[in-house]
Design a protein around this ligand. Structure first.
Ligand code: XBP
Ligand code: MG
Length: 251
C-alpha cells in the first residue's frame, strides 16, 4: 500500500465555521454598502451554499430568486465589484477575531507538522480569505506551514469539480493515494473523490449534516479535543477521544 504523506484541508466549514456568521454577514454588508436591499437569511444562505464560490453564488441568487442589479449594463463586472467589497468585509471580520478554528484543528495541524506530514489547502474561497483566517487564528507564519494553497479562481471550475484537488496534487507532485483530504460538504467530497482521492475525512456542521457523503472514508462531528471528544457518525471506529495524525493516516 502506498504511504500517505500529506494532508489537504478544505477551509470553509472544515478549518472554521465561516459560512453563517462570516461569509453570509460579509455578503450582506457588501450588498448594503452597494445600496442593494438584498439580505441573505441563515436559511436562504443554506440553499445558496449549493453553489461554491462567492461570485457564482451571487449569480445563482439573481437567477433563482428573481433579483436584478438595477441600472447595471455589465453584470459580471458588477458582481466582481460586489464580491471585492464582500472580501474586504470578510477579511476585516477575521481581523477582529470573530471566527475561531473548529475544535481540534490547531492540535491536528501542529501534530502533523511535528510528524513531518506535508500540508496543503484546496478551497473555493478567495486566497485573501485563507491568508486572513490563518494569520488571525494561527499567526502570520502559519501561511508558510502550507506548502501549497489552492484557492479561488486559480482553477476555472470550482468544487464539486475535481480541478482544485488535481491542481494541488500536481503542484506537490503527489498521487491521489498519497493524501488524506479533510472536508465538510458534499461538494467537497465529490471534488476530492473525482480527483481520485479515496481517503476523505468529513467533519460536519449545521449546514452540511444532511449532505450525502458517499465516497468519504469517515464522517465525524468534529476533530475534537481530549476534553471535547469527537464522535464518529459513519463508518470507521475511533478509539481515541479525538482525530490524531495516525488515525487520519489510517482511514
Ligand atoms: C466555500 C465556498 C466559498 C465561500 C465564499 O466552499 O463555497 O464560496 O462560501 O468564498 P468550500 P468567496 O468549503 O467547499 O471550498 O466569496 O471568497 O468565493
Ligand atoms: Mg467547505
Amino acid at each position: 500500500m502506498t504511504e500517505k504523506t500529506a494532508f489537504i484541508f478544505d477551509v470553509d466549514g472544515t478549518l472554521a465555521d465561516t459560512e453563517r456568521d462570516g461569509h453570509r454577514v460579509a455578503f450582506n454588508r457588501a450588498f448594503a454598502e452597494a445600496g442593494l436591499d438584498w439580505e441573505w437569511s441563515v436559511e436562504v444562505y443554506g440553499d445558496l451554499l449549493t453553489v461554491t464560490g462567492g461570485k457564482e453564488r451571487i449569480r445563482y441568487f439573481m437567477d433563482n430568486y428573481e433579483q436584478q442589479l438595477p441600472g447595471v449594463d455589465d453584470e459580471a463586472a458588477e458582481i466582481a465589484r460586489l464580491h471585492k467589497l464582500k472580501t474586504a468585509h470578510y477579511t476585516s471580520m477575521l481581523a477582529e477575531g470573530v471566527i475561531p478554528l473548529r475544535p481540534g484543528v490547531e492540535r491536528l495541524i501542529q501534530e502533523a507538522r511535528q510528524k513531518g506530514v506535508r500540508l496543503a489547502i484546496a478551497t473555493t474561497t478567495t486566497p485573501a480569505n485563507v491568508t486572513a483566517l490563518l494569520t488571525n487564528t494561527l499567526g502570520a507564519e502559519s501561511n508558510d506551514w502550507f506548502e501549497c494553497i489552492g484557492a479561488g479562481d486559480i482553477v476555472p471550475a470550482k468544487k464539486p469539480a475535481p480541478d482544485i484537488y488535481t491542481w494541488v496534487l500536481q503542484q506537490m507532485s503527489l498521487s491521489a493515494n498519497q493524501v488524506v483530504a479533510f472536508e465538510d460538504s458534499e461538494n467537497g467530497v465529490i471534488s476530492a473523490r473525482d480527483a481520485g482521492i479515496y481517503s476523505i475525512m468529513v467533519t460536519i456542521n449545521d449546514y452540511t449534516r444532511e449532505h450525502d457523503f458517499t465516497g468519504a472514508s469517515v464522517v465525524l462531528d468534529q476533530m475534537g479535543e481530549a476534553d471535547d471528544p469527537a464522535t464518529v457518525i459513519d463508518d470507521k471506529s475511533l478509539n481515541e477521544a479525538c482525530v490524531t495524525v495516525d488515525y487520519a493516516l489510517s482511514i
